[in-house]
Design a protein around this ligand. Structure first.
Ligand SMILES: Cc1cc2nc3c(=O)[nH]c(=O)nc-3n(C[C@H](O)[C@H](O)[C@H](O)COP(=O)(O)O)c2cc1C
Length: 207
């Protein structure tokens, strides 16, 4: 093998090692979790974020955050359209570190739980599961009926992680932002990322 051929091999190998995380934002309340996920992941060097929002998410983003879909798109490295089943993330051959859906509506949860891929978000979640990659669903609804709970069980049985955005208080959050960031930090722990801003519990009186 010539030196040129050798360096080409190395270049191709490092391209396939790009660390990518897919962020899905569905139309449940609290799209702020998805938005903040993009902001936090944006701080991690060498990480490429792929964003797919469901059609319903455009409404919740506007109603709850006052931001436009365009502004949210601008936070991601790569944006995919909800009907684009030809997008790279639609294929298991496209390498990613996994996917987080924040927030995850009961409709999107139901689709994922039975492999019903109505849009690119649910298709990508399905692919993430079939490739045995981490899939984190920040499910948002209350109260829950038995169907919701059964869907969560089904996803868990398939290897997904149900991580509802339930606030914790042991880290003594000073405001809503700190509460949101902590829930997200715990959800993102699933991907084994280094998140130096996380104020982790080290025992009583040691904070
Ligand atoms: C302001 C607002 C808040 C909503 N909150 C929730 C919610 O917390 N959980 C949920 O499952 N659906 C919620 N919905 C309904 C979803 O948007 C609706 O079921 C939609 O079909 C979900 O589509 P998707 O899963 O493709 O995003 C909300 C809708 C609106 C407009």
């Amino acid at each position: 093998m010539s030196i040129e051929e050798g360096s080409e091999t190395i270049r191709r190998a490092s391209a396939s090692e790009v660390c990518r995380i897919v962020v899905g934002i569905s139309g449940a309340s609290a799209p702020v979790y998805g938005i903040r996920t993009l902001e936090l992941l944006g701080r991690i060097e060498g990480l490429e974020t792929h964003l797919v929002c469901s059609h319903a998410a455009e409404t919740t983003i506007k109603l709850e955050t006052g931001r436009s879909l365009r502004e949210v798109h601008d936070l991601a490295d790569i944006v995919h359209q909800p009907d684009d089943f030809a997008a790279a993330i639609s294929s298991g051959s496209f390498s990613t570190k996994g996917m987080i859906v924040a927030p995850c509506s009961m409709s999107t949860l139901a689709g994922i739980s039975v492999g019903l891929t109505k849009d690119l978000l649910t298709r990508t979640a399905d692919v993430t599961l079939k490739e045995r990659r981490p899939l984190v669903l920040m499910v948002r609804e209350s109260p829950l009926h038995l169907g919701h709970l059964r869907n969560m069980v089904r996803v868990t049985e398939m290897g997904g992680v149900i991580a509802p955005p339930i606030p914790s208080f042991y880290h003594k959050p000073a405001n809503l932002d700190e509460m949101i960031d902590y829930s997200l930090g715990r959800a993102l722990d699933v991907f084994g990322l280094d998140m130096p801003w996380m104020n982790r519990w080290t025992g009583p009186g040691k904070d």
